[in-house]
Design a protein around this ligand. Structure first.
Ligand SMILES: Nc1ncnc2c1ncn2[C@@H]1O[C@H](COP(=O)(O)OP(=O)(O)OP(=O)(O)O)[C@@H](O)[C@H]1O
Ligand SMILES: [Mg+2]
Length: 227
């Protein structure tokens, strides 16, 4: 019953988007609960739209007092639990990470974002010391241009790689469809290709991302290796 927690202190790094995209892919085969721990409740609002998959439920009552209980209750109900946090490095993040089978650190390919990702990695290391267990994690590069790899992004990826930081091979590309999810309050599977360009490519990207995440979990999550 894996719990996957999305962490980055950087606002706009893509936590909520990557959490929802993964949730929809998992819900195609098994029930999943998303704990929407952002006080603005973006995933809860999204789920008020039509066509939310029956397998996907959203819980939005988690706070610092009850986070661990809320995760335990959700894990007892559904095989997968995803936790979307607001962009802070507060205690609630540590609590959620303490329950994680995998932490995903979404990061855009710029120097500023990478510095913020490093802060998220420090939170993971802190939790590892507190709990005396390895917390598997992977940095997920988000919002990349599928056609062009910028020099900055290449450099940053190399820096992460050289520092021994676990990275997902799949990137979540910048796609209109990933914005349209929230604009239309619809899952990817119900967006209309007439409204949203390159929808098929976004779906393929979402599938590849979910496959890699599930493969990482299956691989036994040894030593935090996501690659
Ligand atoms: N892969 C993507 N393609 C296109 N747009 C994206 C993508 N990922 C995120 N966005 C857009 O970037 C903005 C920020 O994304 P998101 O809300 O997922 O970030 P966040 O890390 O959850 O932010 P916060 O810390 O504020 O909760 C949103 O407008 C979202 O639609
Ligand atoms: Mg968010």
């Amino acid at each position: 019953m894996p719990t996957i927690v999305f962490v980055s202190p950087k606002g706009g790094a893509g936590k909520t988007t990557s959490a929802l995209v993964l949730a929809e892919q998992i819900a195609r085969s098994v029930p999943v609960t998303v704990i929407d721990a952002d006080p603005n409740h973006p995933i809860q609002s999204w789920a008020s739209g039509p066509n939310t998959p029956a397998n996907l439920s959203v819980v939005s009552n988690a706070d610092e007092q009850n986070m661990i209980d809320v995760i335990e209750e959700a894990a007892a109900r559904t095989p997968f639990v995803l936790v979307d946090l607001e962009g802070t490095a507060a205690k609630i993040v540590l609590l959620a990470v303490s329950q994680a089978d995998l932490v995903i650190v979404p990061t855009q390919g710029s120097q500023l974002d990478a510095a913020q990702a490093s802060r998220a990695l420090r939170v993971i290391k802190q939790q590892e010391k507190m709990s005396r267990r390895a917390v598997p994690y992977g940095v997920l590069i988000t919002r990349t241009n599928p056609a062009i790899r910028t020099r900055t992004a290449t450099h940053l990826m190399k820096t992460f790689h050289d520092a021994g930081i676990s990275m997902f091979n799949t990137e979540l590309h910048e796609r209109e469809a990933f914005k349209a999810l929230f604009a239309f309050n619809q899952p990817l599977s119900h967006l209309d290709p007439k409204d949203v360009s390159n929808l098929d490519k976004a779906v393929a990207n979402a599938e590849q991302y979910a496959t890699e995440v599930i493969g990482t979990l299956r691989a036994g999550l040894q030593n935090g290796a996501a690659t």
